[in-house]
Design a protein. Structure first.
Length: 83
């Protein structure tokens, strides 16, 4: 089992932006750093950070930080990691 990382840190790493710039309102393509390529990087980072495998249909629904938080609950990621 991988240690539970903070979601903001995982997203920050995937997009190369400061963690404090990441809010629930952040959406796919709302910033230049979140494009189709970095979306796949985000999926990889989430899977590595939380020891999960995200299904393709879920990858397609990850359109915002808020939706990512909902998705992680589906994969039983601890609440403290996603808050």
């Amino acid at each position: 089992m991988h240690p539970q990382q903070n979601l903001q840190e995982v997203i920050s790493k995937a997009f190369g932006i400061p963690a404090n710039d990441i809010t629930d309102e952040l959406e796919y393509q709302s910033i230049p750093e979140w494009d189709s390529v970095s979306h796949l990087v985000l999926v990889t980072e989430l899977e590595a950070a939380y020891g999960i495998t995200i299904e393709l249909e879920d990858v397609l629904t990850m359109g915002s930080v808020a939706k990512i938080k909902e998705l992680l609950k589906k994969y039983n990621v601890e609440e403290k990691a996603i808050s």
